[in-house]
Design a protein around this ligand. Structure first.
Ligand code: DAH
Length: 345
C-alpha cells in the first residue's frame, strides 16, 4: 500500500475517535494520539521525505488537507464539549413561567407635572427654576409682602437655623433664609435676570409649617406661571388658564374667577373649576389656583417699567390637581412610596 492510500483510512479513524471523545480530557488524549508530536498523522508526514520526487506534491497536498480537516473537527468537538460542561447538571423544566421584569414608571406627581409642562409648552412657555432654600427678599419682600403679612408668620414658614431675620444681613428683611413657601419667588429670580417679555412656568417643591393630615403636608409641589409683555389683559389670563385646565381636567371643564387678595397681584383672583369630576365629589365648584395681574410694585422691585410692561401670574398645587384627577383622598399617599399605590398610575 502506498503512502497516498494510507491517508484516507487514517483520517477516517482519527475523525471517528475525535467525535467519540466523551469529555475534554478524552479529546486531548485523542489529539495527542493523532496530531501531537508523536501522533500517527505526524508520523505519516515525516515519511513524506522518503517518497519518490514525483509523488511528493500530491501526497503533501492530501496530507495537509486531511490535517486541516482534523483540526477543524477538533475545534468543533471541543466547543461542543465545553458547552456541555457549562450546562446545568439538573434537567431544565421548560414549562416553568419566565421571571418577569417589573417596569418602573414616573411617580404620579411627576406625571401630572409633565402634563402641565407639556400644555404650557404648546403655547410658548418655558420652564424656569430657582432655589428651595430662599432668602426672605425673594420669597416675600420683592413680592410686595410686607414684614407683618400673615404669610410671613413663623407658623407658616420654616426658617433656616442661624439665618433668622435677627441674625442681620442685607435687604429689608435682614437677610433671613427660609424654605420657600411658594414658587412665586422664582418670578423675581427670573425677572431680575432677563428683560421682558417673559413667559415661564415653574414647577417646584415648596415648604410650610403645617402638620400632616389628609390634605396637608409640610412639603408639597406647586406650579407658578408668569407672563409679562405689553398690553397683557385679564382676558389673556382667563383664556390661558381655561386652555390649560381643559387639557388637564378634560374638555368639559369650566373656569370661574373670584376676587381675592395676593400682595403680588392686583387685581387678584381665586380660580374655581367645575366638571364631571367635581360633580362626582358632590360639589359644583372646586377652588384650584390663585392668580392676578402683576402688581406694579413687583415690576419696580425687579427694575421693569410698570408704565410699559403688564403681566399676569398664577400658582397652584400639583398634589391637589393629582388628587382630584385620580380620586385620591389622602395627600400622604404621594410620599410613602408604597408600590401598591404607585403601581396604579
Ligand atoms: N403663591 C400663591 C400660593 O402659594 C399662589 C399664587 C397666587 C401665585 C397668585 C401667583 C399668583 O403667582 O399670582 O398660594
Amino acid at each position: 500500500m502506498s503512502l497516498l492510500d494510507e491517508i484516507e483510512p487514517l483520517k477516517q479513524s482519527a475523525l471517528a475517535e475525535l467525535h467519540a471523545s466523551a469529555d475534554l480530557a478524552a479529546l486531548e488524549a485523542a489529539k495527542g494520539a493523532w496530531v501531537g508530536p508523536h501522533g500517527k498523522f505526524t508520523a505519516l508526514m515525516k515519511q513524506l521525505g522518503s517518497l519518490p520526487k514525483e509523488e511528493k506534491p500530491v501526497a503533501g497536498k492530501t496530507i495537509n488537507a486531511a490535517k486541516a480537516e482534523l483540526e477543524s473537527a477538533l475545534t468543533t468537538r471541543r466547543e461542543q464539549l465545553e458547552l456541555q460542561a457549562a450546562l446545568p447538571k439538573e434537567p431544565i423544566d421548560w414549562t416553568l413561567p419566565g421571571r418577569r421584569r417589573t417596569l418602573g414608571r414616573p411617580h404620579p406627581l411627576t406625571q401630572v407635572t409633565d402634563d402641565i409642562v407639556r400644555s404650557f409648552r404648546k403655547i410658548g412657555f418655558v420652564v424656569a427654576d430657582g432655589p428651595e432654600i430662599e432668602d426672605e427678599y425673594h420669597c416675600f419682600d420683592a413680592l410686595n409682602t410686607p414684614a407683618d403679612h400673615p404669610a410671613r408668620d413663623t407658623q407658616d414658614t420654616f426658617y433656616v437655623r442661624g439665618h433668622r431675620p435677627e441674625a442681620g444681613g442685607p435687604g429689608p428683611s435682614g437677610g433671613g433664609l427660609v424654605l420657600r413657601t411658594h414658587t412665586s419667588s422664582v418670578q423675581i429670580r427670573v425677572m431680575e435676570k432677563q428683560p421682558p417679555p417673559v413667559r415661564i412656568i415653574v414647577p417646584g417643591r415648596v415648604f410650610r409649617r403645617d402638620n400632616a393630615d389628609a390634605t396637608h403636608n409640610p412639603t408639597f409641589h406647586q406650579v407658578e406661571g408668569l407672563y409679562v409683555d405689553q398690553g397683557v389683559t385679564v382676558g389673556d389670563l382667563k383664556g390661558t388658564v381655561e386652555f390649560v385646565f381643559r387639557e388637564l381636567m378634560g374638555p368639559d371643564t369650566l373656569i370661574r374667577f373670584r376676587p381675592h387678595y395676593f400682595s403680588y397681584t392686583e387685581p387678584s383672583f381665586e380660580i374655581d373649576f367645575s366638571n364631571a369630576l367635581v360633580k362626582k365629589l358632590g360639589k359644583d365648584w372646586l377652588e384650584i389656583a390663585g392668580c392676578g395681574m402683576v402688581n406694579p410694585a413687583v415690576f419696580e422691585a425687579v427694575g421693569y417699567d410698570p408704565e410699559v410692561w403688564t403681566g399676569w401670574a398664577f400658582g397652584f398645587g400639583i398634589e391637589r390637581i393629582a388628587m382630584i384627577r385620580y380620586g385620591i383622598n389622602d395627600i400622604r399617599l404621594f410620599y410613602e412610596n408604597d408600590v401598591r399605590f404607585l403601581r396604579q398610575f
